[in-house]
Design a protein around this ligand. Structure first.
Ligand code: SAM
Length: 206
């Protein structure tokens, strides 16, 4: 058997041992669906693992839902896997990747408004919760500050993720959000097993 196949079989066996057959079947089927979508809409499948493989999204949605928001906006929303679990009258998703936005519209566009763009594309007049999760490690604190500040006066709560300082995976930036001092109050810090990051809820105070 070729080496690659041997390695893949060994990985699959290990996964089945740790997660169980049913869960691995569910994850594999969902991965396949994302893979097919990624080929049609031309986006990197590796950035969009299914929620069965990355259940932190369920926890993020719960933190948001506990706030009983009316309007929720997620920037860097990917396929809308968090937004589709959020209970809010108005849900908006922005992403810089046009292929991902088209796929998200196909999957969930009847109930969620998706648009292409980053933080600077958000022109909503009021946002109860603004979610920025699992991509801000790609931009520097100064860039994040520059793009986020104009939205603060229109935003009530922020939900951000911060890579742990001792996380050795090689993420570019590990934010401490010190630029939010005096502008937003940290209300909670939540963790999910094996994520190597925390999910931080802030209330804007300016
Ligand atoms: C790993 S996915 C996470 C998706 C979603 N937040 C989640 O946790 O399920 C990261 C997404 O952020 C998007 N992204 C990266 N940089 C961005 C930026 N500067 N503005 C908006 N979206 C961005 C990518 O295109 C990708 O769809």
């Amino acid at each position: 058997m070729p080496k690659v196949l041997l390695r893949k079989t060994a990985t699959l066996r290990r996964e089945i041992r740790s997660k169980g057959f049913l869960r691995v079947t569910k994850i594999t089927t969902a991965r396949l669906a994302v893979f097919v979508l990624s080929k049609i809409y031309k986006f990197p499948a590796s950035w969009h693992p299914p929620t069965s493989a990355r259940p932190y999204r369920l926890m993020v949605a719960k933190v948001v839902n506990d706030l009983k928001p009316h309007t929720v906006c997620e920037v860097g929303c990917g396929l809308g896997s968090i937004l589709c679990r959020v209970d809010a009258n108005e849900r908006f998703g922005f992403d810089i990747d046009p292929g991902v936005v088209r796929a998200a519209k196909l999957l969930r566009g009847r109930k969620i408004h998706f648009a292409q763009g980053g933080l600077t594309a958000v022109h909503l007049s009021h946002i109860d919760v603004l979610i920025l999760v699992n991509w801000i490690h790609e931009i520097s604190p100064s860039e994040l500050e520059r793009e986020l500040m104009p939205l603060l006066s229109r935003t009530r709560y922020l939900l951000l993720d911060a890579i742990d300082q001792d996380n050795s995976f090689g993420y570019r930036y590990k934010h401490d959000f010190s630029f939010l001092e005096g502008k937003a109050k940290r209300l909670s810090v939540t963790r999910h097993p094996n994520e190597g990051r925390s999910f931080q809820l802030f209330e804007v105070v300016v």
